[in-house]
Design a protein around this ligand. Sequence first.
Ligand code: 2HA
Ligand code: ZN
Length: 263
Amino acid sequence: MKYNEQLAERIAEVAEVAGYLWQKGWAERNGGNISYNVTDVVDDAVRALTPLGESIALARPVENLRSHFFLVTGTNRRMRYVSSSPMDNMAIIRISDDGRSYAIVAEKYIHPTSELPSHLSIHDYLIGKGCNQKAVIHTHPTELVAMTHNEAFLGKDILSRLLWSMIPETRAFCPKGVGIVPYTLPGSIGLADATIVQLDEYDVVLWEKHGALGVGENVVEPFDMIDTLSKSAQIYMSGCAMGFQPAGMSDTQMQELKDAFNL
Ligand code: 2HA
Ligand code: ZN
């Protein structure tokens, strides 16, 4: 199908980031998922499409997403193939006018990600808050996930401080740090709810022993934040592998950065 330029750009953006997730080694098998609110760029041709199949009930209504359109990666689909052949591995869905169900409208009948409850609840929450954050990505960044296996890192803001202190970029480009959600069943409403609480304070949330979730105005933005945090985790690990605990920037040095860049 031929999409208008703006929608085609959004599809290309998801494909680009899906490729990065695969290249980074964060997307084994069908690991990770992406959703992107495209309501502002769908044209009459997409709006007029007949749904492919029956509408599917949502476990929880999404009041703020009535009649919205989303690009969503498919369940069991591989990021490497989202990258090479995007519309064979993701779908455009339309939320019903009452916000209680959705239908797949294009391009093929590809069932959305198992994490759809989290994604839609997060979009619903972000719109309700008046945010312009249209993209949600979830991925499995190896080193960051490894760090969540250490109880000592799970207290509030301990990991944020540690990751900030590894390199100035992380302090500058992930100014809010990372929130942490204790281990919760993947795909569950409980995981969605716990994530939303953390998104009130942070742009990136780590799911203990599972992965990372980030939100942003486009798909590249949360990818960049997770990538920056991941760099810090790798620096920390490299120090440990060389037999020492990295010293980290001091509080004074981090405060200096905060003041210099108005963080
Ligand atoms: O899409 O990553 O959390 C597969 C997953 C579930
Ligand atoms: Zn996952």
